[in-house]
Write a protein that binds this ligand. Structure first.
Ligand SMILES: *[C@@H]1O[C@H](CO)[C@@H](O)[C@H](O)[C@H]1NC(C)=O
Ligand SMILES: *[C@@H]1O[C@H](CO)[C@@H](O)[C@H](O)[C@H]1NC(C)=O
Ligand SMILES: [Zn+2]
Ligand SMILES: [Zn+2]
Length: 434
């Protein structure tokens, strides 16, 4: 490498002096002030003690509205039963949205601590209590800077992330009409506090469920020749389903087919009339997902027929909609790297491999031109190792809250500061619902 030539250095100096010294106020400093931090922690603990399942987040929703009232942030309620849609800024385009989910899980908390869940068999085991506290934190920071916001920031407090399609209902209620870009996040037990993780492109898989009934002819277990055994047929179906990923899918295009349930007869000496199996399938593209769906049905019906059984397949779309793939926009990934890099230091912005889990944030991919999902680390290596989400031992490290709050606020604030193009939907069709 040769040493830099002096004229190049002069150009760099000139460029640097022309750029604004600091394009965004220091939101992280604000979020880490003791009083601000204690307030967020208090909100999170109150929600943690009172977990509510999807579409039942009434107290959570009430607490959110009380906090927004105290900040002077306007909102719309109810949206999708318990949802709250706040807004900060000019009330005009461009619109950018920040999303937090509010629901808890139907499980018993196993850790004994001062703010343990007060409701038996319900627990904030996925950290959505922290997500709400962080979005309220972002709302407070943004409201303090409302006169500098060049557009409108929509705050989405969404119900029912855990399988019941809360995002879909928020979209149907018009919550993201005319929104250009949306950001969502999840607390991550496997990331270090002060770091964030993401990637451009697909980040969470699309997922669907299936249930099949395989029908034969029951009878005495000692006289198989007078029966058509659906247990053998179902067993072969399950084995054949495993070949879809191992033999038909591109090994570099990750997919999963899992049969998680097998229900048949109840006696040791009776062959049942029918057997039911059920499971899930996952993929990272729409094409792979639809191909799996088609082949799952074909294999179940055809393989059952080999053993003279009939089969019906149900993809349960009414009970549990297919979750699309969560895809991060390349432009927003650049924006994320820049904003998060300024806030946390570029060495704290980590690449994340895609996850086979799915997120109902994915529904926003079809409704909003640009979507972005990221993970906020919370492991502190001076403390005990955190249990993963959905474990009865799951706990949040509250030290992570200021990072999520400040980053959420900065991503939206700077997106609007840098969005010079006027929104394609124009001035006339702004978010007039608000
Ligand atoms: C499968 O369906 C066909 C056509 O309805 C019927 O004739 C046959 O008996 C069925 N077989 C079993 C094992 O239920
Ligand atoms: C991690 O924990 C130590 C000990 O409790 C604490 O001093 C430190 O501030 C924590 N780190 C972060 C980033 O909060
Ligand atoms: Zn979850
Ligand atoms: Zn979650």
């Amino acid at each position: 490498m040769s040493s830099p030539n002096p004229s190049f250095l002069i150009i760099v100096v000139v460029l640097v002096s022309v750029l604004p010294a600091n394009s965004s106020p220091d939101f992280l400093l604000r979020a880490r002030e003791p009083e601000f931090y204690e307030w967020m922690v208090g909100v999170r603990r109150t929600i943690h003690e009172n977990p509510e399942l999807g579409y039942e987040e009434f107290k959570t929703s009430e607490l959110i509205r009380k906090e927004l009232d105290a900040m002077g942030v306007s909102y719309k309620h109810p949206v999708a039963v318990t949802g709250v849609v706040g807004f900060v800024g000019t009330g005009k385009p461009p619109f950018v949205a920040l999303r937090a989910d509010m629901d808890a899980l139907a499980m018993q908390e196993s850790v004994e601590w001062e703010h343990k869940s007060k409701v038996p068999d319900k627990m904030h085991g996925c950290g959505h209590d922290g997500h709400v506290a962080m979005l309220l934190g972002a709302a407070k920071i943004l409201q303090e800077h409302r006169h500098e916001i060049k557009g409108t920031i929509i705050l989405l407090f969404q119900p029912a992330e855990e399988g019941a399609g809360g995002a879909k209902r928020m979209i149907e209620a018009g919550a993201v009409d005319n929104v250009e870009a949306i950001f969502g996040f999840h607390l991550a037990a496997d990331g270090t506090v002060g770091t964030v993780q993401s990637r451009p492109g697909p980040i969470m898989a699309g997922s669907g469920f299936f249930e099949a009934t395989i029908t034969g002819k029951g009878g005495h277990a000692a006289i198989p020749q007078h029966t058509i055994d659906p247990i053998i047929a179902a067993s072969n179906v399950i084995v054949s389903l495993q070949h879809l990923v191992s033999r038909e899918a591109d090994p570099l295009d990750s997919q999963v087919v899992t049969v998680a349930r097998f229900q048949g007869g109840s006696a040791f000496n009776v062959i049942p009339d029918s057997v039911s199996i059920g499971g899930t399938f996952r993929a990272f593209s729409k094409e792979s997902f639809l191909q799996l769906r088609r082949r799952i049905e074909e294999v179940i019906v055809a393989q059952a027929a080999v053993q003279r059984c009939n089969a019906t397949v149900d993809f349960l779309k009414e009970r549990q909609p297919f979750f699309p793939v969560t895809v991060n926009s390349n432009d927003l990934h650049e924006h994320f790297e820049k904003v998060a890099g300024e806030l946390l230091g570029s060495s704290n912005i980590l690449d994340r491999v895609p996850l086979m889990g799915s997120e109902d944030f994915a529904f926003f991919t079809d409704a909003v031109p640009q979507t972005y999902y990221y993970f906020v680390g919370m492991q502190n290596h001076s403390h005990a190792t955190l249990a993963p989400a959905h474990s009865p031992y799951f706990q949040i490290n509250e030290e992570a809250l200021p990072y999520g709050a400040a980053l959420h606020a900065s991503l939206a604030f700077q997106y609007l500061s840098e969005s010079h193009t006027s929104s394609p939907v124009g001035e006339k069709k702004f978010h007039d619902e608000l």
